[in-house]
Design a protein around this ligand. Structure first.
Ligand code: PLP
Length: 405
């Protein structure tokens, strides 16, 4: 029989967060070894449970969740997202502009599938949450990476954005708060990005899934709230702020000037109907999760569990010779840099495999986030503080040995 080959559409697609190192970690676990996994932002496995009332609500509604619902989502869920838009001052949004999906992941894929033709380009940050690059590639487009500047707190480099625009550029992706860097963008910068979008007629895709996971009292502005005249597509969901990633529940909001987007919106509706609807039990969680008290606030308070873990991880990493790291203002990750003079890493995938073998700690290599040089790692700071400290001591020991090789 002819070899069965994967589609060439996958040639430029990588998703290293669940890449070969995770496969190796699982093998090691099957062999009875204990691996500390700092590779994925899965809150539930580290004892961060979804809010009790949300779980209760899903259980309560389960008997009514056995059928397909509207492709765009349950009325109650979309109504709750509309209220959320009012809080975030995203104006002019009706129920018809809100789509509920199986997590933001599905909606990212749908939004790119419905938009791109071969040769179309999308501006995507480097580093990025790699699903964005993958979704652009799978949809036949080309991701053009614009640089986020580590020297400037990982804020997007506006000149680089401008330099990467061509006649084929259709859209710009803004991930704020950012995964993997933890950067939170100031309003002035968001306005400048909007000005570029305005000038070049770009759609703004705003991934704001961490908009309530903010430290040090920081506030988040939705880019869509700053521009009623730019077509924006904003993404959010229950996975992070509400610790319910297993519910696979997210939303996508169309806002701004939609007058010229009718054909694209038809496309989105086709793509949404093709998968019938999103997981219904997960949709039932949205209204309760978004209403009233937001329990994430406790976790990100100055003495909250997430803040303490972020601080410990940042302090321990930056105490290692040759390791620097911008302190995250949001999200669940650190993206430290390893000075190439002390750590001349040729292949960062190999490097993290060595760390895994030697110290039984799993992180993700920076190039997995479309960062061009093999000189960064992404470290999740979710384990309980004692386990986190243990993991960071192991990373410290590994890097000490590496420098002395
Ligand atoms: N966007 C960003 C920036 C993320 O970090 C993640 C998950 O880690 C997602 C989207 C996907 O989220 P979901 O669980 O809603 O599919």
């Amino acid at each position: 029989m002819r070899p069965v080959k994967k589609s060439q559409k996958l040639d430029n697609v990588c998703y290293e967060i669940r890449g070969p190192a995770l496969t190796r970690a699982r093998q090691m676990e099957e062999d009875g070894q204990r691996v500390i996994k700092l590779n994925i932002g899965n809150l539930a496995v580290f004892g961060f449970e979804p809010p009790e009332e949300v779980v209760h609500d899903v259980i309560h509604n389960l008997p009514a969740a056995g059928g397909y619902v509207d492709s765009k989502g349950l009325f109650s869920a979309r109504k709750a997202v509309m209220h959320y838009c009012q809080q975030k001052q995203i104006h002019g949004v009706t129920l018809e502009d809100i789509y509920i999906g199986n997590g933001v992941s599905e909606l990212i894929l749908m939004s790119m599938n419905a938009l791109l033709n071969n040769g179309d380009e999308v501006l995507v940050p480097a580093p990025d949450y790699p699903l964005w690059t993958a979704a652009v590639s799978l949809s036949g487009g080309t991701a053009r990476h614009y640089r986020c500047d580590e020297q400037n707190g990982w804020l997007p480099d506006l000149d680089d954005i401008r330099a990467k625009i061509t006649d084929n550029t259709r859209a710009i992706v803004v991930i704020n708060p950012n995964n993997p860097t933890g950067a939170l963008y100031p309003d002035d910068l968001l306005k400048e990005i909007l000005e570029i979008a305005r000038q070049h007629q770009l759609i703004v895709y705003a991934d704001e899934i961490y908009d309530k996971t903010l430290y040090d009292g920081a506030r988040h502005t939705s880019i869509a709230s700053l521009a009623e005249d730019v077509f924006c597509v904003t993404f959010g969901g229950l996975s992070k702020n509400h610790r319910a990633c297993g519910y696979r529940s997210g939303w996508m909001i169309l806002s701004g000037d939609k007058r010229h987007a009718g054909d694209y919106i038809d496309g989105l509706n086709i793509v949404a109907s093709m998968r019938l609807c999103a997981n219904v039990p997960g949709q039932f969680a949205i209204q309760t999760a978004l209403g009233g008290y937001q329990s994430i606030d406790e976790l990100v308070a100055p003495s909250g569990r997430l803040t303490r873990q972020r601080d410990l991880a940042w302090e321990m990493l930056t105490a290692i010779p040759g390791v620097s790291c911008v302190k995250p203002k949001g999200a669940l990750y650190l993206f430290p840099r390893l000075d190439p003079k002390l750590y001349p890493i040729a292949d960062d995938q190999q490097f993290i495999l060595e760390l895994l073998e030697e110290e039984k700690v799993l992180v993700v290599q920076g190039t997995g986030f479309n960062w061009p040089q093999p000189d960064h790692l992404r470290v999740v700071f979710l384990p309980h503080i004692d386990e986190l400290e243990d993991a960071l001591l192991r990373i410290t020991r590994f890097l000490d040995h590496y420098r002395k090789r």
